[in-house]
Design a protein around this ligand. Sequence first.
Ligand SMILES: O=C(O)CCC(=O)C(=O)O
Ligand SMILES: [Fe+2]
Length: 271
Amino acid sequence: MEDALDAAKEFFSLPTEEKVLLASDNVHKPVRYGTSLNHDWIHLWPSNPPSYREKMRKYVKQVHILHKQLMEMVLESMGINPSDLQEEIEEGSQVLAVNCYPACPEPELALGMPPHSDYGSLTILLQSCQGLQLKDHNENWIPVPVVEGGLVVQLGDQMEVLSNGRYKSVIHRATVNAEKERFSLASLHSFALDRNVRPAPELVDKEHPYSYKGFSFSDFLDFISSNDIVKGRFIDTLKRKPSKKMQVHASEDMHMHSVHAYAQRRMMNAT
Ligand SMILES: O=C(O)CCC(=O)C(=O)O
Ligand SMILES: [Fe+2]
């Protein structure tokens, strides 16, 4: 784990001229530096620092194995037989977001990443120092401590839809640090890209009516290509009976924080 964080640190310390060669606003690009999609994009990852690919590849591989074990546990806990979704999981995608948040002299006025939920099934996150915060059901921000050798696991929008709302995707944000530059590695896992994710039939009944429209990865890409994050959450566009109150809350919050979003750098590595 330390190796992967070192590789991130070395990459971001490269001269800007070198990093911008990988810059792109095109969300369809598998590797992009700046402000995602199946195995074998590693040859496109940064070749400098020289150890970057090897260190990241090792990390990504281990995390992929862990993700499969976690998926089985989460699905079983929802009463879904993991083998029913085996293909979706096997053909799923993994994107490693390598985030760098420069030290900020006034951390209380800025955010590294505005509030959002991740679109996929599971996110496995490693942080170099404390900065991740989760929103709890009372709308309070809870800092997630750094535990030596520990990883943070979050559920994304695909799990909320699949569980028919029994599990919620986690709204989270990244704060910045006054003295230290902060790094995080977010391994974003999703079901197969061409599949429509919809509530599992076994979780739809009289008391739990079908609450979300199904969606595919391209629906999500269309949403982020044409919407600013301040306009709200993708998952809210899928709700069949959206709660107006919650929507207003979420978007006001996002707007407020994104106005102050600080100069975060991000490198997306599809695997
Ligand atoms: O830096 C962090 O702790 C959060 C990163 C994150 O939420 C993301 O990359 O989606
Ligand atoms: Fe995230």
